[in-house]
Design a protein around this ligand. Structure first.
Ligand SMILES: [Zn+2]
Length: 388
């Protein structure tokens, strides 16, 4: 299995290097716009045709070196192809920010704290932020300029041995929600709750702040709004990193994590326009999922997604399904058939865990059960507060 992680690293050019880098990035951007205009009017993405028509212009007009000219053609082509995959609309792509795509070992390399890059003025060396890169193959990096700083985004691809169902020794059901960001039930019979109280409070605060700034409608409020959006995104990114890290580190290699397949969740919540709706709708479930998936893969663990239908209405003890069993306003599950009673989010996590066990059974693998694992444990509820 191949896993690609992107490291974002700051570089620290001196005054001379800054000028050279900016000139190179601007030339690259202008060249991309030049190629984009040609692609748009001629409706072609054929690399050979683009090369025949544009290569010498790219060299003469923009002063690009041979390899850089080819990179421009490839970059523009990739952007159009990616856009094509998303929509059928044919419009001219504009490149607004100065940036440049760099191929490893040809356009850039990294050695002993220095980043070496091909520019319009030849090769230059720039000090690099102290970073430990993952052990793997460096891909095509992107150099960008934001808030007066230069950043390198470097994808590193690692090879990890595939995990099969035969390697599974622990199953963990993970229910994602808002009251508890995650509720976890595992093969050891343990339930863990990550509280969403602080999260909700903070998101509501951001929501109100946004509303105020949007209503103000001045240019300074728009600037402030943009900064707030970025701050909120950074906070959520950090939060999801912490939750996913704590989760994968709590379990051994060979763990099977079971998540709900939340394909339709946005649709369900998009009818809500209230503050609560915003908090729910914007909860970045998919970002958390992506982080769990790659972190698990790096640790020799596996993630499956299962159909979430009825996971909160089915009794984990007797298996009966009844809408009435879930008492939403009390956050309670009370089986109408056998009277089994517990927290409703916990029921969802247990049912996800059971679905994972079913997967294993269907795949023909028997699993050594840890600590006398069972489907139900006494209703002790250790609530781990989310530390953020
Ligand atoms: Zn029951």
């Amino acid at each position: 299995m191949k896993i690609t992680l992107t490291s974002k690293v700051q570089i620290y050019p001196n005054e001379d290097s800054r000028i050279v880098l900016m000139d190179t990035m601007r030339a690259y951007r202008d060249a991309c716009n030049f190629v984009s205009a040609f692609v748009f009017s001629n409706q072609t993405l054929d690399l050979r045709e683009l090369q025949q028509n544009l290569y010498y212009d790219l060299r003469d007009r923009f002063g690009l070196r041979s390899q850089m000219a080819i990179s421009v053609l490839r970059s523009v082509r990739t952007c159009y192809k990616a856009r094509d995959a998303r929509s059928n609309e044919w419009s001219c792509i504009r490149f607004t920010k100065p940036q440049i795509d760099l191929i490893w070992n040809r356009d850039y390399s990294i050695t002993k704290g220095f980043f070496s890059i091909n520019t319009l003025e030849g090769r230059i060396k720039v000090p690099l932020e102290n970073t430990v890169f993952p052990n793997g193959k460096f891909g095509t990096a992107k150099l960008t300029f934001r808030h007066n700083k230069f950043y390198l985004n470097i994808p590193v691809t690692m090879e990890r041995p595939d995990i099969s169902f035969a390697d599974i020794n622990c199953v963990v059901g993970i229910d994602r929600g808002v009251r508890f960001l995650t509720t976890i039930y595992d093969s050891y019979g343990k339930t863990t709750f990550v509280s969403g109280a602080d999260y909700r409070k903070k998101r509501e605060h951001y929501y109100e702040l946004r509303q105020q700034l949007q209503q103000a409608g001045t240019s300074s409020s728009r600037r402030r709004l943009k900064a707030i959006v970025q701050r909120e995104n950074r906070w959520i990114n950090d939060l999801n990193h912490c939750i996913s890290k704590a989760l994968v580190e709590a379990y051994p290699r060979g763990t099977l994590f079971v998540l709900e397949n939340l394909k339709n969740i946005q649709k369900t919540f998009s009818i809500l326009t209230t503050k609560q709706g915003y908090v729910l709708e914007k909860w970045p479930y998919f970002d958390l999922e992506r982080k769990i998936v790659y972190k698990a893969a790096l640790r020799g663990q596996m993630v499956i997604k299962v159909d979430p239908a009825y996971t909160s209405q089915t009794c984990p003890l007797c298996g009966r399904r009844n809408k009435q069993s879930r008492i939403r306003n009390k956050h309670l599950f009370k089986c109408t058939a056998c009277r089994y009673e517990t927290n409703d989010d916990r029921v969802a996590a247990i049912n996800l865990y059971s679905k994972g066990m079913q997967y294993l059974v269907q795949s023909g693998e028997s699993m050594p059960l840890f600590g006398g694992a069972r489907s139900i444990v006494p209703d002790a509820m250790p609530v781990l507060e989310c530390p953020f």
